[in-house]
Design a protein around this ligand. Sequence first.
Ligand code: MN3
Length: 241
Amino acid sequence: MNRKEFLQNGLILGGATILPTNSLFASSVTEGGIDKLVDGNGNFIQQALPYSDNFLEPSMDAETMHLHYTFHHGGAVKAANNDVKKIKEALDSNAIETIDYWTKKLSFHLSSHILHSIFWTNLTNKQTVPNGDLLKRIEKDFGSFDKLKIYLAKTSKDLDGNGWGILGYQPYTDKLTVLQCENHEKLTQWGVIPLLVLDVWEHAYYLRYKNKRADFVDALFNILNWDNASLRLESALRLVQ
Ligand code: MN3
């Protein structure tokens, strides 16, 4: 797919994110470079975590990891399948009074599935830093890695209610961009491909960090997998060339 075709298909690809086939998680998480969120029948599926529940201790405790992955992410996958079913039923029976409700729900639940799927691979148990093309683009678009860290941390800490801080690649401008996403689907820019996502919903940190979201965000910065973000950028650029 060339850049023009990508831009024409932006609505389809806008929420999808990709890992190259040579990545550590490629075999189980992706298919053809795209995060594998559906099975052969088009039903949403949840991939296994790429590590054990306690892999990210102490920054993220095992109990939170288990609950977060199983019930919050897993719940969204089940709900997204139900939303699709309800939309189909409404169309098949020509009873469309509630179709706007299920359409909004699908936006919420599928966006949750996409962001959580990226989030797990964006974390690791060692300190990493951006390098190569990702670092060059960070310096070009934000001034320095330190400035990006300040920007992304502040955006994540100050989010109203529940949501995500996101570093993404915007193919329409060929720039990196930061989003402050409310819930899972609000305050985006069409076309942005997420590279690095920070879940700041209360369910992500409340057991260990209580009300101290800022402490959790600071801890997250010690376990962000910038190598994974680099792989995602490489794939995004390949897709739009
Ligand atoms: Mn979450």
